[in-house]
Ligand binder design. Structure first.
Ligand code: DP6
Length: 332
């Protein structure tokens, strides 16, 4: 590696309050609808990119060489960066996650946000955040949102936009006023039965509920923006929960069905409903995996985490609002 052409970046995962589920363009990773998330302060990914004289890229993920689809996606992403930078050097990519890969905790979001930032710096591309979010999107859609901290909106972009790539980017929501915490119940940390990419594709192509899901998620997005601006926690929680459950029902009706919810997930969802009936302000959300994530007021997070730990017996992690993706100074 050459010192001036190496960079290290850190990015955090995000949790969608209004989900991205469905692409209208697979190559450009253009979503069917806008989505909205909160970046978290836990489970960061740190990625180092250094240019090399070797003839192939070398990708190390969590201490082991990447292979298969993961390696292909990262190399394809590096090809895109090289094309934009008009450079040909290969790279050594060393990436370290602090959350189990493919456990439905969106390590691809923090991963491609960190890679977009480190690779842009190493190859000499501009580092303007909105442009970075467009670039990160090409690696994994949800990565567009992890470029920014706090509450983030990812614009799908108008289908008839002159340049659809340019029209689809993320930006921070500056009018959101809420101290929201997320308690993650780690019911399982193994690899997923179906990748979210394949699951999403199958849902778009075969689920009879997909058109209804799109209409509902668009309405949820408008309602969520209003609830965040008003600081209305109960509305934020209710919209986030119905949106996540709607997404799961939609993929569960695909052919063949995509089932990320296990019996342990259903049990945790039931506990959340019970806690809510008992007067606690808690709402559930889930992504492309079995883990259940519980939204609650920031000041009640430790209390809620204690309850969930006791009731479910699973490992529980408290997350709060996290920061922008950043470059990290390297050791000389
Ligand atoms: C359920 O961003 O992982 O977490 O664009 O195919 O890489 P690709 O998908 P990805 O999907 C995330 C889906 C989700 C919902 C969300 O984060 O909005």
């Amino acid at each position: 590696m050459t010192g001036s052409e190496a960079a290290v970046a850190v990015a955090h995962p995000n949790i969608a309050l209004v989900k991205y589920w469905g692409k209208r363009d697979e190559r450009l990773v253009l979503p069917c609808a806008d989505s909205l998330s909160m970046t978290l302060d836990v489970f960061p990914t740190t990625t180092e990119v250094g240019l090399t004289r070797h003839s192939t890229d070398l990708v190390i993920v969590d201490g082991a060489p990447a292979s298969g689809e993961m390696e292909r996606r990262i190399v394809r992403f590096l090809d895109l960066v090289r094309e934009r930078a008009a450079r040909t050097e290969r790279a050594v990519v060393i990436t370290r996650n602090t959350v189990p890969v493919a456990a439905g905790l969106a390590s691809s979001a923090s991963g491609f946000a960190a890679l977009a930032l480190a690779a842009s710096r190493a190859y000499g591309l501009p580092l303007e955040p909105v442009a970075l979010s467009r670039l990160a999107r090409r690696g994994s859609g949800s990565a567009a949102r992890s470029v920014f901290g706090g509450f983030v909106l990812w614009h799908a972009g108008a289908p008839d936009a002159a340049d659809p790539d340019l029209a689809s980017y993320a930006e921070p929501l500056t009018d959101a006023r809420l101290d929201l915490a997320l308690v993650v119940v780690l019911v399982q940390t193994g690899p997923k039965p179906v990748s979210s990419r394949e699951a999403m594709r199958r849902t778009v192509r075969t689920s009879p509920l997909f058109p209804g899901w799109l209409a509902a998620t668009r309405a949820d997005l408008t309602a969520m923006r209003a609830a965040l601006a008003a600081g209305d926690l109960a509305a934020v929680g209710a919209i986030a929960e119905r949106n996540a459950l709607g997404m799961h029902r939609t993929m569960e009706s695909a052919i063949p069905p995509v089932n990320y919810r296990t019996s342990a997930s259903h049990q945790a969802l039931e506990e959340v409903r019970r806690m809510r009936s008992g007067g606690l302000q808690v709402w559930a959300t889930m992504d492309a995996g079995p883990n259940v994530k519980v939204l609650c007021p920031g000041e009640e997070a430790d209390h809620v985490a204690g309850h969930l730990r006791q009731l479910t017996g699973h490992t529980v992690v408290v997350a709060r609002s996290g920061p922008d993706a950043v470059l990290r100074e390297q050791a000389p």
